[in-house]
Write a protein that binds this ligand. Structure first.
Ligand SMILES: Cc1ncc(COP(=O)(O)O)c(C=O)c1O
Length: 375
């Protein structure tokens, strides 16, 4: 019998193959179509010839651990003991799986805020935990009254995602305050804070769990170099938690992968020594603005986008079809592939909205937006 009977082909694979079949511009899956930073390519070329191809220590390349420690200090003023509180993982996906396996026991409830990225449910079900899916408010920000109603002594973990995929929204100070209060009220509750888009925010700075003293002893923070350095295929991420939690996560990590790809760890270590992450948001903000300007004359309603590389569009002025049908129609007949956001929710409350990835070359954005204006 299948351990995951409800899981089928992901929407990302489905929409990407439909885009290929119909020769549509693929703004569905969240990956950049432009070259990586030349500095990074140069380091890759040089490193291939270096003697760095054997196993790294299980928790990570020592130099990379130091660099990440420095980065977290610079970004969030958090001082880490990098050998005890940091773990390099094979992308955020493995980080999330590891954290859930380490902390969730059979019968434990885990709060998930819908629409939610698709890698939370399966790991919870595999350890016989119970996902409790709560819709975000109409503006894609947390509905704290609803969340507070669902948290009890049975709740082991709350998974948050800020900046948020698929909506592109970011949390306010008041949301962070509510989160602190919630964790303060329930001593058994852990926070799994998925912050993979932490370096892609626009008008407002990112509010990280790292910056809140009260959250430190109860939080696991997830990051992704795939997102930050636009090298999604490298599958490189990391986890931060205090020692007691980290010791449990390291046990799982040891038997999942033992250690992560040494070449990529070495390359990122070298890169971080002399490059800052400051310009990433500026680059994506320019692309967001180009996308939003390009769509202005269309019949779509452009929703707010504070971070990530996703823009959501409301199509209620154009069609009464549901979002899956409309996304298929858009791909087959209008040449642009997107993601229908209902697939990220148990009970869809956010109707008639599609997600478009703008991490694309300017030319791709221009072609896609002019096609969308013809609908
Ligand atoms: C919110 C969120 N979390 C986690 C991941 C997984 O990241 P990675 O590719 O580093 O495994 C993604 C990737 O799209 C994501 O959007």
């Amino acid at each position: 019998m299948s351990k995951l009977p409800y899981i089928s082909t992901s929407i990302f694979s489905k929409m990407s193959s439909m885009a290929k079949e119909h020769d549509a511009i693929n703004l569905s899956q969240g990956f950049p179509d432009f070259p990586i930073d030349q500095e990074l390519s140069k380091i890759v070329e040089k490193s291939v010839r270096d003697n760095i191809h054997q196993y790294c220590p299980s928790n990570g390349h020592p130099g990379l651990l130091d660099q990440i420690g420095g980065l977290i200090h610079k970004s969030y003023h958090r001082e880490l003991n990098t050998s005890e509180e940091l773990l390099v993982t094979a992308g955020a996906t493995q980080a999330i799986f590891t954290a859930i396996q380490a902390l969730v026991h059979p019968g434990d409830e885990v709060i998930i805020l819908d629409p939610s990225y698709d890698c939370y449910i399966a790991p919870i079900e595999l350890c016989k935990g119970i996902p409790v899916r709560i819709p975000l408010g109409p503006d894609f920000l947390p509905d704290w009254d609803l969340i507070n109603k669902h948290v009890s002594s049975k709740t082991k973990m709350i998974i948050t995602n800020n900046p948020h995929n698929p909506s592109g929204r970011t949390w306010n100070e008041s949301d962070m305050d509510e989160l602190v209060k919630l964790l303060d009220n329930f001593s058994n509750l852990y926070l799994l804070s998925d912050e993979v888009y932490e370096y892609i925010t626009f008008e407002n700075n990112h509010l990280s769990a790292h910056s809140y003293e009260a959250l430190k002893s109860k939080s696991i923070v997830v990051s992704s170099f795939g997102k930050t350095l636009h090298v999604t295929g490298w599958k490189m991420g990391y986890l931060v938690a205090e020692k007691k939690i980290m010791d449990e996560m390291k046990k799982i990590h040891q038997y999942m992968v033992f250690s992560v790809n040494s070449l990529c760890q070495h390359v990122i270590f070298e890169y971080l020594k002399s490059n800052s992450l400051q310009d990433i948001s500026i680059m994506y903000q320019t692309k967001r603005d180009q996308f939003r300007k390009g769509i202005k004359q269309s019949r779509f309603i452009t929703l707010p986008c504070d971070g990530t590389y996703f823009q959501t569009l409301d199509y209620s002025n154009i069609s009464t079809k549901n979002d899956v049908e409309f996304a298929e129609e858009l791909t087959k007949h209008f040449g642009v592939a997107s993601i229908p956001i209902s697939v990220f929710s148990e009970k869809n409350k956010h109707k008639n909205i599609l997600r478009f990835c703008f991490a694309k070359q300017n030319e791709t954005i221009e072609k896609a937006t002019s096609l969308l204006c013809k609908i």
